[in-house]
Design a protein around this ligand. Structure first.
Ligand SMILES: [Zn+2]
Ligand SMILES: [Zn+2]
Length: 194
């Protein structure tokens, strides 16, 4: 069942290490997503229905799983590094998804509401607790075509890379010059072996 915002704030502060405007914004975003998708129990009865995409790796991102229960290790949290304060919440059962983008104007509104507060973080924390969903976020219904290997619970063989010998899960292997290799050996390596 969904909790109250103060309860979520406590959980978010513990998970993230501190409470900040980003935590409140992320919690509000996830709660709005659950409301639009009509999901009342994301970490309980509805937990297998939900997949979340996040588009930035900032404070806000840590707050989203606190509400949705979608975690990277469960394959239910997908990171797309677009540098945008946005997330998409997908209900797999109903086959619908909503993308929420934080409005830039929300910061100005926070300043208008609490001009006496000096810290922007304090201003925003206070304002984001009660500002209406529509003032905080722009919502867009979207369609997501999932490949089966991207969904939680997918099972497939784990071929060994023909070059480095490391096993590759979830069909992340590629074929190069007739050889099945991992993405690192195919040229996407982000590290240099010493
Ligand atoms: Zn933070
Ligand atoms: Zn390899």
């Amino acid at each position: 069942m969904l909790r109250t915002l103060p309860e979520y704030e406590e959980l978010a502060a513990r998970a993230h290490g501190h409470l900040c405007a980003g935590q409140i914004l992320g919690l509000r975003m996830a709660l709005y997503g659950m409301k639009l998708l009509d999901l009342a129990d994301p970490v309980g009865a509805d937990r297998k229905r939900l997949v979340t995409f996040v588009e930035i790796d900032r404070c806000m991102t840590d707050a989203i799983p606190v509400v949705t229960g979608c975690r990277l290790g469960k394959r239910a949290l997908k990171f797309r590094d677009f540098g945008k304060v946005a997330a998409t919440f997908c209900d797999l059962q109903e086959g619908r998804a909503v993308r929420l983008l934080a409005r830039e104007s929300a910061k100005d509104r926070a300043r208008e509401l609490y001009p006496e507060m000096e810290s922007k973080n304090q201003q925003q924390m206070r304002a984001y607790r009660h500002m209406p969903d529509m003032e905080l976020f722009e919502a867009q219904w979207v369609r997501i075509a999932f490949a089966p290997e991207d969904l939680p619970g997918y099972r497939a063989p784990r071929p060994l890379c023909a070059q480095c010998g490391e096993p590759v899960s979830f069909r992340r292997e590629v074929v190069r010059a007739g050889l099945t290799v991992c993405r690192a050996c195919a040229g996407e390596r982000y590290y240099t072996p010493l």
